[in-house]
Design a protein around this ligand. Sequence first.
Ligand SMILES: [Zn+2]
Length: 409
Amino acid sequence: MIHSALLLLAAAIPPALLAQEAGRELSPWQPGTLEIHQISTGRGNAGLYILPDGTTMLVDAGENARKTERHTPDRPDASRPAGEWIARYIRHSLRHEAQPALDYVLLTHFHGDHMGDPSDASPVSRSWAYKLAGLTYVGESLKFGKLLDRGWPDYSYPADLEDSATKNYRAFVKWQIENNGLKVERFAPGRKDQVVLLHSPKQYPDFEFRNVGANGEVWTGVGTATRRHFPALETVPRADWPSENMCSVSFRLSYGEFDYFNGGDIPGIPSPVYPLWQDVETPVAKAVGPVDAAILDHHGYIDTMNEFLIATLRPRVWTLSVWDSGHPTSAVWHRLNSTRLYPGPREVFATDLHPGVRAVINGIEKLASDRGHIVLRVSPGGGEFRVFIVDDSTESHRVLKVFGPYQSR
Ligand SMILES: [Zn+2]
């Protein structure tokens, strides 16, 4: 009797989750499951999303050109550029597909740690039209369906983007449109139809990808209406114009009861004697509301994670995409852990905490994990989710720790 009862119990648990003890390779994605992989490279931000019907999305593929003692080492190691490590990680994670591809690629903003910053050492594409670093490297290896960014088609807000990394990215975009049929759109705040399930949307009617903000235009939380948060440029001294980070894309992803927030590198704490509208987090958080999991804005840097955003999002799980001694700051860490901002437990996971941060921040040992790829796996229907920490020192994809299940609210 007991034996058959146990068998029945085992059959009720999705096999993908059952197989997932620490020490084994992360099991493949299963239909109905939502996965968010925060990939650790030591060179920037990269997130792979596998949506419930298998639609795939990459959010950023950073590759900083420089490494100093303020940065953690390359992960797994320096034998390949970050863009190549990311492409290999994606291929492995999409091994359930005969031909792995990225249905959507979303670039939050035009900085090297999010799109790749080519150096003299970066290889040149087969076409010779652009260099391979970060996102352009991934694009050489995997087909992109639709690319969304904040600048298409003129890349002119708040001023023409003329830096070498953006020029390289634009050369990639142009070549891919002309030769590979790439579709490109400007990320439009307020909409919920720019990223949709492509395979079986009717099977998952409670999935939603909501564009929240970009370029100072922020969703109001009602319908698709937006509001301009930045003043008109002609009324602002040039020294106070919105920065690249302020223009970052932000979005909310929902699956049943589960909600997730990503705000790119938006700031929420203006520099001293700068205008208050440079706080982008507050209007964005107002639109987003409470979530179950979120990534820290701007890697938990000095100008982010204001009290209003933390108290409003109030997630159970925070993830940190980090590799720099300024990620996170002591003040950000203390706000994150404040039970006055919101009550109840919370876990914080970091991709690669710099040893200097560990030495300086009081209480940082409370981090649930300080290194590894972070995989959020949301169960079919969205009711609960787990966090897997996956070894980033090799390509074993071995699960080091398992957290949860957490109930979605
Ligand atoms: Zn960044």
